[in-house]
Every structure is written in C-alpha cells, then in structure tokens.
Design a protein around this ligand. Structure first.
Ligand code: ADP
Length: 198
C-alpha cells in the first residue's frame, strides 16, 4: 500500500499546482473531489446533478454524498498505489468518516499537508479573491465569480479550517509555507514526503 496524503488549504492557495507535481514524483493517484464532482456533473449522473446545486452556490455538497463518492473511489484497486486527496475532507465529519473507513481496513493517513499562506484572514481574502477572479477568466468555472468566491472562502473558514485542529490532535499534520515560490513550496513538500516510510 502506497502513501496516503491529504492536502488542506483555502481555494486559490495553490493546492492544484503542487498536487500535480507531487503525484507525478511519487506515483500517487490524484483524487480531487472538485474535479470528480465536475466530471459527474458533466456526465449528468444523479450525484453530479445533485452536487451542481451546491457547487454553483459556493456551498459544500452534503457530507453523506461526498463521503460515499470518496469511500467508493478508495475501494478501487488502483488506490493501492497510494493517493493524494485534494479537496477532501472538507469538514470534521468527513475527516472522522475517512479515519473510520481507513481504520476498518487497518490503514491510516500518512500525512496531512496544510498549505498556509497568509497571516490574517483579511489579507488572505483579498489575495485569494484576486487570484480566483483571475483564474475565472480562463477556467470557465461557473463558481469562479467574485460573489461565489467570497462564499467559498467563508465556507472554508467556517467549515474546513476546523480540520486543522482535528488533525493537529492526530499528530501527523505538517504546515507548508505557501507564500514561497512554486519550486520552494514543492521542495518543502518533497522534504516531508521523502521521509515517510510506507
Ligand atoms: P476550490 O477551488 O474551492 O478548492 P474544488 O474544485 O475543490 O474548489 O471544489 C469545488 C466545489 O465542489 C466546492 O465548492 C464544493 O461545492 C464541492 N466540493 C468539493 N469537494 C467537496 C467536499 N469534500 N465536500 C463537500 N463539497 C465538496
């Protein structure tokens, strides 16, 4: 069984960019719940159509919906090689359910990477709104509009940031200094992952 890594950080912090580099270097599966839900929406599956109502409003998809999606995905044989979860868990309930489902298989997460960028929430909101509005020009993502971005950041602070404390207690949370350049951030991540024994 390969390495099991979780990436936590606000939208726009650079998780996607770093994730691509990590999965290539360590041969991990990249499981982005945002990408999975957008694919389900485009394929018009029941889950995708349900999820779209929340995604377009910048709200989280209900825990039971996303938990089922991810637990089923992790049961696929290719997950054996290890994975990087990007965008999941996003609530404490999701984290608890993930831990339970791993524990049932005698597994656990190897490391939780917290991509932290800004000192104050005000500074962070300003920069992330700017980045995501810019991304929206080319991404074509319907949730990259200023109003929905502000909503997503608010949801991050209220529902996802509490995960940091949850994982601090588990002892395998590592903070990544995301304000550095892309290669410097990558080097921090690599120095952590290179030292993980699986
Ligand atoms: P972001 O750029 O905000 O990190 P993502 O591409 O990860 O965006 O996710 C887009 C949307 O998909 C979220 O705003 C949310 O509606 C939904 N989503 C993704 N992952 C989850 C999750 N773990 N729990 C609930 N909703 C999720």
């Amino acid at each position: 069984m390969g390495m099991k890594v979780v990436f936590v950080g606000p939208p726009g912090a650079g998780k996607g960019t770093q994730a691509e580099n990590i999965v290539k270097k360590y041969g991990l599966l990249h499981l982005s719940t945002g990408d999975m839900l957008r694919a389900a929406r485009d394929a018009k599956t029941p889950v995708g159509l349900e999820a779209e109502k929340y995604m377009s409003a910048g709200q989280l998809v209900p825990d039971e919906v996303i938990i089922k999606v991810i637990v089923e995905r992790l049961a696929q044989p290719d997950a054996e090689r290890g994975y990087l979860l990007d965008g999941f868990p996003r609530t404490v309930v999701q984290a608890e359910e993930l831990d339970k489902s791993l524990a049932a298989k005698g597994e656990k997460l190897d490391v939780i990477l917290h991509l932290a960028v800004f000192d104050t929430e005000e500074e962070e909101t300003k920069e992330l709104v700017r980045r995501l509005v810019e991304r929206g020009r080319t991404s074509g993502r319907s949730d990259d509009t200023e109003e929905v971005i502000r909503q997503r950041l608010d949801v991050y602070h209220k529902q996802t940031a509490p995960l940091i404390d949850y994982y601090k207690k588990s002892g395998n949370l590592v903070k990544i200094h995301g304000e550095k350049s892309i290669p410097e951030v990558a080097a921090q991540v690599e120095s952590i992952l290179d030292n993980i024994q699986v």
